[in-house]
Design a protein around this ligand. Sequence first.
Ligand SMILES: [Zn+2]
Length: 326
Amino acid sequence: MFKLELRMPVQALQCEAALERLSKTHPLRSTIEKDLKKWLKGYNGEKEVGYYLSILPDEQYYIFHGLRLQDKKYFQMDIVLLSPRFILIIEVKNIAGRIIFKKGSNHVVRIYDQQEEGMDNPIYQVVRQHQQLRNWLNTFNIRAIPIEHVVVFSNTSTIIETTPDNQGIFQNVIYAEALLEKISELETKYQHIPLLSHEKLNLLSDLLLKEHTIHISDFFQTYKLTKNELSTGVQCPTCQTFSMQYISGSWRCQKCKCSSKTAHQKAVEDYFLLLHPTITRKEFAEFLQIDSITKAKNLLLALQLPSTGSKRGTRYFLEKNCIFSP
Ligand SMILES: [Zn+2]
């Protein structure tokens, strides 16, 4: 059962929003486009792996996509599989080409398009997460459940290689299609340990969900952008231009003449993704190019966002882990 559904990564949403609002000739476009592709690749890899996991019996396995918890530092795991016998951390890699794990140096090299480049060792990455999850569980006095980890390559055309004396890595590095086999191996390995009761499993699952926090990173800092490089306004859902004006209770496109009651929602989300985690009426009016603060206030109130402060100083923000987009 999916307890945390797969969602588009926040970073991909940020890149998409920025590309809509940056000029067509902006020098950072190609960098952001490249990064967007990378995030979408990761997302598609997880989708592929999620397909295999969806075959598992619902009541026995709980699946969490993108769980982000806080140990000393925050850590995010691609997929966590919770069963009554063990927890499996799955690090998903969707990378084309040849991946070579070198034994002596523990270095990983990727060869693609006749180009060779080093990459972070995904085994170390998932081992780190393993340790962090263990620490995290300890702080809640949950010690009995074993943790396992695995790196899953979602693309079967990826060639994974290592030296003959380093074949041990294939215990923890597999292709997506071997994942169900791996899970059944773990079931056998832990068949003699006491089962976590259904009630305890649900308590742990609720705790994981309660402690999970989505993070919206500072996009402007990441890409060294300034606020005035983004165009403001509300985008037309039909012709995609930022030509919508708010006239007598609805948004009208000055270019293609279409109208919408909800076109501003995307703009508000863009604001939260790109500019700041909170928004005032004045900032809302400026960013959406609404000429009256009263209209801005009414539109904002209709969104029913949580808020702090009062009157003109009221700051509205998104509910925890809630992003409008699907
Ligand atoms: Zn239009």
